[in-house]
Design a protein around this ligand. Structure first.
Ligand code: UDX
Length: 470
């Protein structure tokens, strides 16, 4: 099929590359000329596994890039809208870019087209898209608006798209539903997975992909509700972790015990310094705004957001408790991205921690395998410098902080670290190590929701006094 994808952000670009991979003719549209030029030159503008391969495989043949939206719409039978819907100051999703794109689409609907809303949008948006398309000149009989939310995660975006848990098609019209079913057929029949050169299937991928059809408004709600539920799980376990710390329980054991219940499951039960990224914070605020607008309220979401905010403050307290005063302390910071496997620092709790620590006048030497360039562009502060490895960051530091769950931070060479660090102190916001391992290797190790391990007799005495005081 001939497909246009409007927006070459995370969702748009990955969807475009994957749609080309499953056999469609794709034209990806963006109004950012520089971006389009880079993509045409074969540059992969985001850090995402398998994406460079797909761009190389299909770029210039069945995957093209353009700034010409009208032509792309005219040449396609399915038009995906995958533009950003950032939060307004009030928390609502800003749909102005979406509306502008609709104006241009409307003017170029010259024969029947399915207009697919892939951007994450509040419930009711698809109805607005339909209205705006008609208002700006599209004939009602020549298009159908369909909701097809995207559930890909950064870091595993390509495999999430090609081997999804589910594909949601929200449509109130039979013709567009049929076209959407055909579009995804290579995934729903399993044909793509068996094809030569297919991107490797991840371990737990359900095959073939399940396609669920719903009403448009339900599809919109599924996306917001799913993200809000996952964020709630993270905040829930973080709140549990905080109790564990004071009560002397170990949250890792608690997670194992809870996760063994199939109704709960062990995913998204990892405590840490809170969730971040381009979706959870924004989608929670948007769903909260929707509930406010409809007059139903959703106060649970306020609590989820509050716990997430507090988690950063609690972590700062941990750093302080390990080092006493913070002013002038040299800290090695491992991780800047909002999670491992991505260079994305949007709403990154690691970046929030760096800001808090800079405010406390710490000297920070940071290392991240992918996100340093983006971080450099955000900060203009001599107290923040960058290192080429975890060990270089650790050189002469009073302590090391782990803020992002990159896999390489879970296999550090302890002997080397101890040689580099001024004191063998690690404050781990991602619970990357077992307490036994850290104790055995002689680290003072402070993590989330678990007892501290102490490296020296001195530290042990301090801890004892603190416990008594508590
Ligand atoms: C999320 C959704 O998972 C995805 O379906 C949607 O399409 C976009 O938003 P993403 O933002 O890429 O994807 O990240 P995700 O892996 O979901 O993690 C979100 C945040 O929660 C990260 O900051 C992560 O570190 C944090 N998290 C996740 C935890 O703190 N603990 C967990 O157990 C899981």
């Amino acid at each position: 099929m001939n497909i246009a994808i409007v927006g070459s952000g995370y969702v748009g670009l990955v969807a475009a590359a994957c749609m080309a991979e499953i056999g469609h003719q794709v034209i990806c549209v963006d109004n950012d000329e520089q971006k389009v030029r880079a993509l045409r030159d074969g540059e992969c503008i985001i850090h995402e596994e398998f994406l460079p391969e797909l761009l190389k495989r299909h770029g210039g043949t069945n995957l093209r890039f353009t700034t010409d939206l009208p032509a792309a719409v005219r040449d396609s039978s399915v038009v995906f809208i995958a533009v950003g819907t950032p939060p307004c100051e009030t928390g609502e999703a800003d749909l102005s870019v979406l509306e502008t794109v609709c104006h241009d689409i409307a003017a170029n609907v010259d024969r029947y087209k399915v207009v697919v809303v892939k951007s994450t949008v509040p419930v009711g948006t698809n109805d607005w898209v339909r209205r705006i398309l008609i208002r700006y000149g599209a004939s009602q009989k020549q298009f159908c608006v369909t909701s097809n939310p995207e559930f890909l995660r950064e870091g595993t975006a390509v495999t999430d798209f090609l081997y999804p848990d589910r594909i949601i098609i929200g449509s109130d019209c039979g013709r567009s539903r049929m076209i959407m079913e055909q579009l995804y057929e290579p995934l729903t029949t399993g044909a793509y997975a068996q094809s030569e050169g297919a991107i490797p299937i991840p371990d737990e991928a359900p095959l073939p992909a399940q396609l669920i059809t719903t009403h448009t408004r339900s599809a919109e709600m599924i996306k917001h509700a799913s993200n809000a539920f996952l964020a709630m799980k993270v905040s829930f376990i973080n709140a549990v972790a905080n109790i564990c710390e004071v009560a002397g329980a170990d949250v890792s054991e608690v997670c194992d015990g809870m996760g063994a219940d199939h109704r709960i499951g062990n995913k998204f039960l990892k405590p840490g310094i809170g969730y971040g990224g381009s979706c959870f914070p924004k989608d929670l605020m948007a769903l909260h705004a929707v509930a406010r607008e409809y007059g139903t309220g959703f106060h649970l979401l306020e609590e989820v957001m509050r716990i997430n905010e507090d988690q950063r403050k609690f972590f700062l307290r941990k750093v302080r408790s390990a080092l006493w005063t913070l002013k002038g302390k040299r800290l090695a910071v491992l991780g800047l991205a909002f999670k491992g496997g991505t260079d994305d620092i949007r709403e990154s709790p690691a970046i929030a921690m760096v800001r808090l620590l800079l405010k406390e006048k710490c000297q920070i030497v940071a290392y991240d395998p992918a996100a340093m360039e983006r971080t450099r562009q955000e900060f203009d502060d001599d107290s923040l410098t960058f290192a080429e490895s975890a060990y270089e960051a650790a050189r002469g530091a009073d302590a090391m902080l782990i803020l992002t769950d990159w896999e390489e931070f879970s296999i550090l060479d302890f002997d080397r670290l101890k040689r580099e660090l001024r004191h063998p102190i690690i404050v781990d916001g991602r619970n990357m190590y077992s307490l036994e391992e850290m104790e055995r290797n002689g680290f003072t190790y402070v993590s989330v929701g678990r007892p501290d391990t102490v490296a020296t007799a001195n530290d042990a005495a301090i801890k004892e006094r603190k416990t008594e005081a508590a």
